[in-house]
Design a protein around this ligand. Sequence first.
Ligand SMILES: [Zn+2]
Ligand SMILES: [Zn+2]
Length: 198
Amino acid sequence: MLKIGSFHSSAFAHLAAAHLRENGLMAGVIDGSMSAITHVMASTLNKGAYELVIPSKRNETLARELLKQFETNPPEIDPDWENDIAPDLSKLDRKLIPNCPGCDWPIMIARPLGPCQRCGTKYDVLDMIFQTHGPEALAPCYETEPPLANMTDAQVCDIAIDCPACSYPLDGLGVRGHCPECGARFDRRELFNGLLGA
Ligand SMILES: [Zn+2]
Ligand SMILES: [Zn+2]
């Protein structure tokens, strides 16, 4: 895992990860706030306790570009989302995500309250889906099943990842096994579920 940024806000860190995933890069958040030492260190260094991480350093340049893009024009967040009830927007059915009410371009799920990157309109994508499709359309966002549960093994294997022990690229080596370089055991589903906060 490679850390590419840190945030004070859990909700903000998760939206940054969603922004990377929307752009085709696997990313997740490691919650360092559980450790008292991390927390003290973080406030001393004026860094956040929530680390944005990617599973392969090969994607570092693109990840940093996307993070910069995210930080240059940050999304609105709902203050309630800091209280551990943030919906997992990555589980929304993409077909139900409406277009921006201002410019009719597709809404980015990393910007659930806008403002739209194109026209600056603020909106509430969960409320829009609720109004059009009813509460059941939002139910998957609050379920706790592992994020990769619906992905096939082939899809899981397509995500670039390096050996957690020695950083050797694990391309083409199946869902689980042993690193050919250092012999460490790996399980892609376990690694990604950890990364995605399951
Ligand atoms: Zn717009
Ligand atoms: Zn290894």
